[in-house]
Design a protein around this ligand. Structure first.
Ligand code: KG4
Ligand code: ZN
Length: 338
């Protein structure tokens, strides 16, 4: 079954073609350059750029897959959560194509797609699985019983982990998006100086919190009159130390609820998805911990960790092949949960 997937929930315009669960193409046009100057995604600019880009991104996805438009047998698009103006561009494109081509259409929950992304490259990953979505908009822990049964165990009570990386990078003058820059500067090294305290909600919850550490970095920078990152050289050492220390605590706080849940629920595997799953220190620590616990740990490749349409098409295939359909009445749901 040839499936077209479309993703426009935030600042990536993406289209992918899959043959069942095999990726034939996965084209991603990032708007980083557009939003860089503002230190974060500007919703109006995002939807305008999705509109400009969706046409060529779709053509490119079909061309790279070697598929003609009339060979498409089903279409899926993200309908939430995300920025409403951005979601509408991909969703309405998908609905229009489904109507014109007379092929079935299904809306896809972006969070389910992140959870599913690990199965694209590891279809035989052992279940039940504990799975963390760590992105710019979400930080949540799920228990995956089967590929259709996901149970939310805990989520962030305030900022998402990727948002904390981006905000800390911004206040250190490092640029946008902050995650990859902090990752590179910290160079997989742990540090507890300066020490930032971990949020701790006790034993009865698997929730996360990232607003405290962001504020702690802000206070440290102000108190010590730290100047923005100069780009290179000796004077940037104190900023590199902050990056190491922030990243150490941020990754510990991502792993803590997971460790707690693993000791109680004895999962057969662990997985991570979302942009922060690209973090090299997280990958190092998670694999070390998995080896100690004798539990396999899975990460999607980098291209499937950040927002992409292949994961959307994969969930669409799963739903369409079981006869699920949506109508033209399906609307965007910016606050959709999973
Ligand atoms: O999943 P994603 O592409 O979009 C959302 O759905 O939010 O995630 C983007 C987030 C950004 O906050 C970015 O800074 C973060 O993922 N990120 C990273 C790394 N690469 C991307 N955070 C830490 N380390 C990285 N290497
Ligand atoms: Zn995402």
């Amino acid at each position: 079954m040839i499936i077209l997937g479309i993703e426009t929930s935030c600042d990536e315009t993406s289209a992918a073609v899959l043959d069942n669960q095999n990726i034939l193409s996965n084209v991603i046009s990032s708007q980083i350059k557009v939003h860089e100057a503002y230190g974060g995604v500007v919703p109006e600019l995002a939807s305008r750029h999705h509109l400009n880009n969706i046409g060529w991104v779709l053509s490119e996805a079909l061309a790279r897959a070697g598929v003609q438009v009339n060979q498409i047998e089903g279409i899926g698009a993200t309908y939430g959560p995300g920025l409403v103006g951005s979601l509408l561009v991909g969703l309405n494109t998908a609905k229009a194509m489904s109507f014109a081509l007379k092929v079935p259409f299904v809306g896809v929950n972006h969070l389910e797609a992140h959870l599913h992304s690990v199965f694209l490259e590891h279809p035989a990953a052992e279940l039940p699985m504990l799975s963390v979505i760590a992105s710019g908009g979400h930080t949540s822990l799920y228990y995956i019983q089967s590929k259709d049964e996901y149970r939310l165990l805990g989520e962030t009570r305030d900022d998402a982990v990727g948002e904390a990386f981006d905000k800390v990078a911004k206040l250190l003058g490092l640029g946008y998006p902050g995650g990859p820059i902090i990752d590179r500067l910290a160079d997989k090294q742990a540090s507890n100086s300066p020490g930032f305290t971990k949020a701790n909600f006790g034993e009865d919850t698997y929730d996360f919190s990232y607003s405290g550490i962001k504020t702690a970095v802000l206070h440290h920078v102000r108190k010590n009159r730290i100047q923005p990152y100069p780009g290179s050289g000796e004077s940037s050492n104190e900023i590199i130390e902050i990056c190491k220390s922030f990243q150490t605590v941020a990754i510990q706080m991502l792993m803590d609820p997971l460790r707690k849940a693993a000791s109680r629920l004895s999962p057969h595997s662990i997985s991570f998805s979302g942009g922060v799953a690209c973090n090299s220190f997280l990958r190092l620590k998670a694999f070390e911990w998995g080896a100690m616990q004798n539990v396999p740990v899975y990460f999607p490749s980098l291209i499937l960790s950040t927002d992409n349409a292949a994961m959307i098409a994969a969930v669409a295939h799963h739903k369409l092949s079981r006869g699920q359909r949506d109508t033209m009445l399906l609307n965007a749901e910016p606050n959709l949960r999973y």
